[in-house]
Design a protein around this ligand. Structure first.
Ligand SMILES: [Zn+2]
Length: 350
């Protein structure tokens, strides 16, 4: 299934239209972000939405090799210096970052970065190595792909889905996902418990198999190429929390990470990180607390010299699973897509 966005990008990448954007919107660098890296795509059926957060090992290597020729591939630690003195470098810089802390970052991505001696950052959500997160979306995907029907018993109503065809499976996944997100934590846990029982699944298997352990994180942190960043304790939208709760979510995470790796943790990525979860109150708090040297959002944009005063809310570019294409990446790095998305504003702040 091709989305409207994919069709538009496919047309745009073949035109020379991207070039005039470069001097105005390309900026002096870009911070890329990803979540999961997977073995090269197989024919196994998957739910579309789940694939968006996964890029293949093959594309990761292809991207590194291609960008290595055109850009300086630097670590997050070097961004501040680049912003202080943007004139000193001829090439634009690229920083690679991963969010959340999936195990494949060590098993599949790390060997590629090591092979090409390229630095990268992993922002850890502590509920991953603490193994307290519930990765229900993976369990839901498995249940839907493995069964011809799905029944969700709630206290007041029962939902029944016929899920024989792939379109039915996609629709059921989206409906149940929306339902689970909207429920209170207690109600969500009740439905999840019932799904585990009914379909013989165990949520703890998913957290065990999919996420980095503290030992993995320690191992990674010993390599100079790897920067361990902070992504909060429980991946909550900070705008839904009180200032005291934010302080707890962030500081506990930073301290626990530092204790485990024995090094200062000076970079942060806001959970979710769009304008819906990170706004003036959160940015001002980070500014006044001075917890980190840099903090990144998920707002779409390249890094401009003007970001020297926005080190605690730097925009990034997400590499999506359905956009694993170097020509589409150019549309982002040259600034064409960010310009169109941000109303032609080059310096993306809050
Ligand atoms: Zn995240």
């Amino acid at each position: 299934m091709r989305t409207k966005r994919q069709t538009v990008f496919k047309l745009l990448k073949k035109t020379p239209m991207k070039y005039p954007f470069k001097p105005f919107f390309g900026g002096i660098g870009s911070i890329l972000f990803m979540h999961k890296v997977v073995e090269d795509k197989t024919d196994e059926p998957r739910i579309e939405l789940m694939k968006a957060n996964e890029i293949s090992v093959r594309f990761l290597e292809e991207m590194i090799l291609s960008l290595k020729n055109q850009y300086d591939l630097i670590s997050l630690d070097q961004v501040e210096a680049r912003l202080k003195n943007p004139e000193a470098h001829q090439k634009k810089f690229i920083v690679f970052t991963f969010d959340d802390g999936y195990r494949d970052n060590l098993a599949l991505a790390y060997p590629i970065f090591k092979k090409h001696q390229v630095p990268f950052t992993i922002y850890i959500t502590n509920c991953f190595p603490n193994k307290t997160a519930k990765l229900w979306w993976y369990m839901l995907e498995d249940i839907i792909l493995e069964n011809p029907s799905l029944i969700i018993n709630q206290s007041k109503a029962t939902m029944k889905f016929k899920i024989k065809t792939f379109i039915e499976k996609e629709r059921a996944f989206m409906s149940v996902r929306t339902l689970l997100i909207q429920k209170s934590l207690a109600e969500r846990n009740e439905i999840l418990f019932q799904l585990q029982e009914q379909y013989d699944k165990n949520l703890s298997d998913y957290i065990e198999n999919e996420t980095l352990s503290w030992d993995d994180i320690k191992e990674l942190s010993h390599d100079e190429l790897v920067t361990i960043g902070c992504h909060s304790m429980n991946h909550l939208a900070l705008n839904t929390l009180s200032v005291e709760e934010i302080k707890k979510e962030v500081l506990q995470s930073k301290e626990q990470l530092e204790k485990n790796i024995g090094k200062p943790v000076i970079h942060f990525a806001y959970p979710y990180g769009t304008k819906h979860e990170v706004a003036e109150r959160e940015i001002n708090l980070f500014e006044s607390m001075n917890w980190f040297n840099t903090a990144t959002t998920s707002r779409l944009g390249n890094i401009q010299p003007g970001h020297h005063s926005a080190l605690n809310h730097l925009p990034r570019i997400q590499i999506l699973g359905d956009e694993q294409d170097l020509e589409i990446l150019d549309l982002y790095l040259y600034g064409m897509i960010p310009a169109m998305k941000n109303g032609f504003k080059p310096v993306v702040k809050i």
